[in-house]
Design a protein around this ligand. Structure first.
Ligand code: 5GP
Length: 175
């Protein structure tokens, strides 16, 4: 049985932070037409809120990736299950993720996207667990730093469920 614990970040706090991130992106990309790349499936919720907070013409695309590794440990080797529809050559790209943990997945993905010669590439993540980081990764647009706890909600799942919770909650699996 999964016990969904206390609320770590309320939906009001999330909405405020996403608006802040949207404002910063609007400022930084003025005169451009950024392409937001959402990483399926966790980033769907943050991407859909974030894009409505950006006051610029922008486009979205999605990638589905799966990380080789055992259980919850990511190996950093990423298999692309669904690639982008758009050609990102010369585009200003913002990769939107739900959470950065070890950083291995995004660091691998970033290298692979940079090989396609975008005009620029930045990372936006709602959450980060800095104490878990295994590689250095510059997350320019970061929502919240959180402790080393397993969280669900606002797009983040446990075995496929809980993505629809409007807030971020800590869970205790197995209790
Ligand atoms: P990384 O390569 O940075 O270690 O892995 C990042 C991925 O791990 C995230 O996209 C997410 O799928 C998963 N992940 C890491 N921490 C959590 C967490 O607390 N909750 C959930 N639901 N997924 C997590």
């Amino acid at each position: 049985m999964l016990r969904v614990e206390k609320i770590l970040i309320s939906s009001e706090e999330i909405q405020e932070k996403v608006q802040e991130l949207g404002d910063r992106i609007t400022e930084d990309y003025r005169g451009e037409r950024p392409l937001l790349i959402g990483i399926l499936r966790g980033a769907v919720v943050v991407l859909s809120d974030l894009m409505r907070c950006i006051e610029l013409p922008c486009e979205i695309d999605f990638m589905d990736i799966s990380s080789y590794g055992s259980g919850s440990t990511s190996s950093g080797v990423v298999r692309i299950m669904k690639d982008l529809e758009e050609d990102i050559t010369g585009r200003h790209v913002v990769v939107v993720e739900d959470i950065v943990d070890s950083g291995l997945t995004l660091s691998y993905l970033k290298r692979s996207l940079l090989a396609r010669n975008p005009a620029s590439l930045e990372i936006c993540s709602l959450l980060s667990k800095p104490s878990r980081r295994k590689v250095e990764l510059d997350v320019k647009y970061l929502g919240f730093e959180i402790p080393d706890e397993f969280v669900v909600g606002y797009g983040l799942d446990y075995a496929g469920s809980h993505r629809n919770l409007p807030d971020i909650r800590i869970v205790n699996p197995g209790e």
